[in-house]
Each structure stands twice: as C-alpha cells, then as structure tokens.
Design a binder for this molecule. Structure first.
Ligand code: VGL
Ligand code: ZN
Length: 203
C-alpha cells in the first residue's frame, strides 16, 4: 500500500490545501489494517524550489512556466523540508509505515510521482524497494488525486505492477473543475483499477 503525500500542507488550512483532504485519513487508517507492507511518499522541497511561484518574480500560483524544458505549474510555497507543513498528518497512523520516500528535493525539477521526478530522470528508490519485496500489486491512496496520486499510479502501471486507486481515499486539488474525474478516467484508461474502499473493507 502506498500512502501518497498525506502531509499537513495538503490538508484544509495548509499551504496547498486539498479540499476535504482530511476526510481520507480515517479511511486510510482502516485500510492500513488490511495490508502488510505500507510505504509513504513525502513531498519534501528545499525553500528555493523552482515549483514555488515566489521563486519567480512577478509570477503567481497557478501560472504555468517552462522549467528546464518541462511544463511546470507554479505552486504556493508548500512542504518545505523539515517544516511542520511537510510532516505527515497528525491523525494518520504512521506505525505501519516501513519506509518513506521523499520527492521534490531537487530545486530544479518537480516530482509528482512517488517513483520518479517529472522528467523521469531520477528514481526515488520506491520502484527498487517494491521489486526487492516482490510486490506485484499496489493499492494507492492519498493526495492529491489529480497530481501525485495520478502520476504514482501511472508509473506503477509502467513498472508492470497491478495498481488500484481507492477513490474515496483521495481528493483532488481541482485547479479546474472536473480534474478529479479527469484523473480517474486517465488512470482507468491506463489500466489502473479505480474502486471504493467499501469493496476492500467489506462494509
Ligand atoms: C502535489 C502539487 C505540488 C501533490 C505536490 O502531492 O499532489 N501537488 N506538489
Ligand atoms: Zn510539491
């Protein structure tokens, strides 16, 4: 099971708040009881990260730039390494997390997927770790559905893993209305199984 970026800055009140992001946590905690291997990703940026609008004079969050040849959405300052905003949500059960993979640590490139940066240049180690543990199937939950969850799921499929995303255990930033559904459709089209937690919890 992969817990994607369940961090304070992505919760309501946080720097890059995902609407209702907090509502996934009780479901995520319940699901954790069902799976033996649990890993987490953590968005973990240096203060001068180039995905932050503040590091581009005159630019605002939501604007799009080209960063080292890649399209980059500019974000508010969020998940700065070793800040409270980057910490895992207080209510999240962390006891079963066997390993944390940080991402977005290079100031020059963003990293939505838990496996690779957005240029697929450097691996986080998650792929190798899952391979070593002989994992064939992953269940993905967390924030945000239209960015880090989506790209993590697509990279899981690309790594020949069977991938499930629990639709009520994720929420979208929804910069544009409908981004949640778009993300679900794109994942389904790539072979990701999108399902509800009740299917897994037998509730
Ligand atoms: C995320 C935008 C910027 C995410 C991280 O976790 O979905 N989105 N950094
Ligand atoms: Zn980020």
């Amino acid at each position: 099971m992969i817990l994607v970026d369940i961090q304070n800055d992505f919760l309501p009140g946080g720097a890059l708040a995902v609407p209702e992001g907090n509502q996934i946590i009780p479901i995520v905690n319940q699901l954790q009881e069902k799976y033996e291997l649990i890993v987490a990703t953590q968005d973990f940026h240096p203060p001068h990260h180039k995905s932050f609008a503040t590091n581009h004079p005159g630019k605002k969050p939501g604007e799009i730039i080209t960063l080292n040849g890649l399209e980059q959405i500019l974000w508010p300052v969020h998940c700065v390494r070793n800040s409270e905003g980057a910490d895992f949500a207080r209510e999240l059960n962390k006891e079963k997390i066997s390993k944390v993979f940080t991402k977005g640590t290079d100031p020059e490139i963003d990293s939505y997927s838990g496996f690779y940066d957005n240029g697929h240049l450097k691996a986080t180690g998650l792929g190798d770790y899952l391979e070593k543990k002989k994992v064939k199937k992953v269940i993905i939950v967390g924030l945000a559905a239209d960015y880090c969850v989506k790209y993590t799921a697509l990279d899981a499929i690309a790594a020949n893993l069977s991938a499930m995303v629990v639709e009520d255990a994720t929420r979208a930033v929804n910069l544009q209305q409908g981004d949640f559904e778009k993300a679900m459709d794109q994942m389904r089209a790539s072979g990701v199984q999108v399902l509800k937690s009740s299917k897994l919890l037998n509730t």
